[in-house]
Design a binder for this molecule. Structure first.
Ligand SMILES: Nc1ncnc2c1ncn2[C@@H]1O[C@H](COP(=O)(O)OP(=O)(O)OP(=O)(O)O)[C@@H](O)[C@H]1O
Length: 309
C-alpha cells in the first residue's frame, strides 16, 4: 500500500480548507496529520477515503499493482470524526455485525474480536449495550470496529480523543500492534506525546497548508529549534544574574546552581557560554532537543497573524 498525494486543494463555499498539500505514505508506516482545530486534517482524510474529491491535485493509492484515486472500501479501516454504531446493541453484536459486513466468517470475527477486546480491557463488558458504556469505552469499541477485518490501511480521525492517559497508552499499544501486523496507519491527533512515540512520518498543518513535514528528527532539524541548554555552576549563581545576560531569554531553576536556559533568538552557543563563564565555573553544559509538543507550539506561534500594536 502506497499513497502519493500531490498538491491537493479543497474549498467549501468561502473556506479554503486545504491548499496545495503534498505527501507520500509508504507501506507499513504510521503517518500522523497534526495541526490546530480547523487546520484541514479531516478534510484531507475525507478526500483520501473518497467521501469528497479534491478541487485540484491528485491522490494515487497503489496496492498490489492496482491504482486508485482514493482508498477502496475493501482495503480500508476507518474511524471517522463522527462515530456511528448501534447504541441499543451490545459491544459484541455491534462488532460481529460490522465484521460480517466486511465478509469475515463468524469464527474469524470472534477470534479477532476476542483479541482486541482483551487489549482494551473490554472482554468482561462485551454483552453490555453500547449506550451503557462511558465515552472512552465507546471510543475503544469504535477503534476495534475499524480494524476487525484486518484492512491494509487504517485511517483514524482523532483516535485518542475522549480517552484518559491510561487508555491513551492502550491506543498506542493498539497502533503498534497494527503496525506489527503490516497495516499502514494514518491518524490525526492533538496529543503530541503519543504521536512522538508512534509516527514514522508526520505532517504539521495550519490553515490548510503544510508547515512542517518529515520524521521527528527531520522536523527538529527543519524548524528553528527552541534552543534550550541545561547548565550547572560550581558556586552560587542567581536567576536574576542569568536573566540580565543578553544571550538568555528564559531561566528555569533546577536543583542547586543548575538551570534550564532558553537562548535568545539567533544567539550562538559560543556567545552564550562567553557570557556565562564570568559568573562561576561551569560544571555542566548540555544542549536540549525540543520535543514534538514544543516544536508544535513554536511552529504554531509563528503561524499566528501579527497583532497590530
Ligand atoms: N462541510 C464543510 N462545510 C464548510 N466548511 C467546512 C466543512 N468541513 C470543514 N470545513 C471548514 O474547513 C476547515 C478545515 O476543517 P477540518 O475539519 O478539515 O479541520 P481539522 O484540522 O480536521 O480540525 P479539527 O482538529 O477541529 O477536527 C475549517 O475552517 C472548517 O470550518
Amino acid at each position: 500500500m502506497q499513497l502519493i498525494v500531490t498538491a491537493i486543494s479543497k474549498a467549501y463555499a468561502s473556506v479554503q480548507a486545504v491548499k496545495h498539500v503534498s505527501f507520500q505514505i509508504n507501506s507499513g508506516e504510521i503517518f500522523a496529520l497534526l495541526g490546530p482545530n480547523g487546520a484541514g486534517k479531516s478534510s484531507i482524510i475525507r478526500m483520501l477515503v473518497g467521501m469528497t474529491q479534491p478541487d485540484s491535485g491528485s491522490i494515487m493509492v497503489s496496492y498490489q499493482q492496482q491504482h486508485f484515486d482514493h482508498v477502496p472500501r475493501r482495503l480500508l479501516g476507518y474511524l471517522p470524526e463522527d462515530r456511528g454504531l448501534y447504541p441499543d446493541k451490545s459491544i459484541e453484536k455491534n462488532l460481529l455485525y460490522l465484521a460480517r459486513l466486511h465478509g469475515l466468517s463468524k469464527a474469524s470475527a470472534m477470534q479477532e474480536m476476542a483479541h482486541w477486546l482483551a487489549v482494551f480491557d473490554l472482554t468482561e463488558r462485551r454483552h453490555d449495550e453500547l449506550k451503557q458504556l462511558s465515552k472512552g469505552n465507546q471510543q475503544k469499541v469504535q477503534l476495534i470496529a475499524a480494524v476487525l477485518h484486518q484492512p491494509a490501511l487504517v485511517i483514524l480521525d482523532e483516535p485518542f480523543s475522549g480517552l484518559d492517559p491510561i487508555n491513551q497508552e492502550k491506543v498506542v499499544l493498539f497502533l503498534q500492534q497494527l503496525k506489527a501486523k503490516g497495516m499502514t496507519v494514518i491518524l490525526s491527533a492533538h496529543q503530541m506525546a503519543m504521536v512522538e512515540k508512534l509516527a514514522d512520518h508526520m505532517l504539521l498543518m495550519a490553515q490548510g497548508q503544510v508547515v512542517l513535514a518529515g520524521t521527528l528528527q527531520q522536523i527538529q532539524q527543519q524548524s528553528q529549534p527552541l534552543r534550550q541548554m541545561k547548565v550547572g555552576f560550581n558556586s552560587s549563581v542567581t536567576v536574576s544574574q542569568l536573566q540580565q545576560l543578553p544571550a538568555i531569554n528564559g531561566v528555569e531553576p533546577l536543583q542547586a546552581n543548575h538551570f534550564m536556559l532558553t537562548l535568545a533568538y539567533e544567539v550562538g552557543v559560543a556567545d552564550c557560554l562567553k557570557q556565562l563563564m564570568p559568573l562561576a565555573e561551569l560544571t555542566q553544559v548540555e544542549m536540549q532537543t525540543a520535543d514534538l509538543h514544543q516544536l508544535y507550539l513554536a511552529a504554531m506561534t509563528k503561524q499566528q497573524p501579527e497583532v497590530a500594536a
